[in-house]
Design a binder for this molecule. Structure first.
Ligand SMILES: Nc1nc2c(ncn2[C@@H]2O[C@H](COP(=O)(O)OP(=O)(O)OP(=O)(O)O)[C@@H](O)[C@H]2O)c(=O)[nH]1
Ligand SMILES: [Mg+2]
Length: 296
């Protein structure tokens, strides 16, 4: 009988959760950025090997929310935590060295420990000296030491997680990698590119919506709108003479072409939706998860 189940990856922003999901699945599914709070949705990545299937859920970094979008992000992470058969709690190994490892319930300000078993992994060990790794091993013998970037220790963690999953038929067909739509990945790749190219608050104020997606033609035609919160942000995003939005468009198009395997014409627009990050209706429109008691 195969083993299959849901592994939810949680941790603070920037711990490397999305990098790890991509590493486990072997495909670039989840956007990655050196800036915290890049992931806003639950991202599904499916790893099937032999008679084992891990359905990996990548989640937004857990933090104390200050506005409605962050509340939605936290609700998304907590809901994914509830779905888990096993939880993979990812901690930056550098943080662990400096500050130790808080229990997940404390780090994430949970009311109660998660229902599922928790495996702790200390990530980014490629940045530590071998000596520092030895110290972490001694201090946290239960924790796995990994590098999502180099892949070190990741196969061992996958094996360990697999042994903890219930006996079950596969939850998805063997060749499936994700459950999200191409449209969703397009909006994410545009947002990732904005995170790469823009400083400070502007990329955090961006939501992306695909308005038109014509796959039957060559090049594939995609019209997407980047929504920002203020006129000043719109000007920064467009840049002098439109140079900034063109640069984002060029880089994003290359990523989208790799995703869809065809040449793409990416038609990017910028619009202002005042203070959308604080507005429930706007969050719903962009597909962010509004907790039940806030959705009315
Ligand atoms: N050196 C090193 N960098 C890493 C490793 N894993 C992730 N990173 C980097 O850490 C940064 C954050 O990675 P993400 O995967 O976006 O982190 P995340 O936990 O998904 O972040 P949020 O979605 O914002 O919560 C990026 O710059 C990654 O390249 C690792 O094992 N080693
Ligand atoms: Mg992420």
């Amino acid at each position: 009988m195969p083993h299959a189940g849901i592994v939810t990856v949680v941790g603070k922003p920037n711990a490397g959760k999305s990098t790890l999901l991509n590493r486990i699945v072997g495909e670039k599914l989840s956007i990655v950025s050196s800036k915290p709070q890049s992931t806003r949705n639950r991202i599904v990545g499916i790893h099937t090997a032999g008679d084992l299937q891990l359905v990996v859920l990548d989640t937004p970094g857990l933090l104390n929310p200050r506005y409605a979008l962050q509340t939605a992000m936290r609700a998304t992470a907590l809901a994914a935590l509830d779905e888990a058969d096993v939880v993979l709690y990812l901690v930056d190994a550098g943080d662990a060295e400096r500050e130790g490892v808080q229990p997940l319930a404390d780090a994430a300000l949970l009311d109660a420990p998660p229902r599922a078993l928790v495996v702790t992994a200390l990530n980014k060990i490629d940045l530590l000296t071998p000596h520092a790794c030895d110290r972490l091993r001694a201090a946290f013998p239960e924790a796995a030491l990994i590098s999502a970037v180099t892949g070190e220790g990741v196969a061992e963690v996958v094996t360990r997680l697999g042994l903890m999953l219930p006996e079950s038929p596969f939850l998805y067909p063997e060749d499936e990698l994700s459950t999200q739509t191409v449209r969703f990945f397009v909006t994410e790749l545009v947002r990732e590119t904005a995170l790469e190219q823009l400083e400070e608050e502007v990329p955090y104020s961006i939501a992306c919506e695909v308005e038109e997606f014509r796959e039957q033609q060559s090049p594939v035609y995609i019209r997407a709108v980047l929504y920002v919160e203020r006129e000043t942000q719109k000007q920064i995003l467009i840049g002098a003479g439109g140079h900034q939005i063109r640069a984002i468009g060029r880089a994003a198009r290359a990523k989208i072409e790799a995703l869809v395997g065809a040449s793409v014409y990416l038609d990017l627009w910028v619009k202002v939706l005042p203070n959308w990050r604080r507005k429930i209706r706007a969050l719903q429109r962009f597909g962010y998860n509004i907790p039940e008691d806030r959705s009315s």
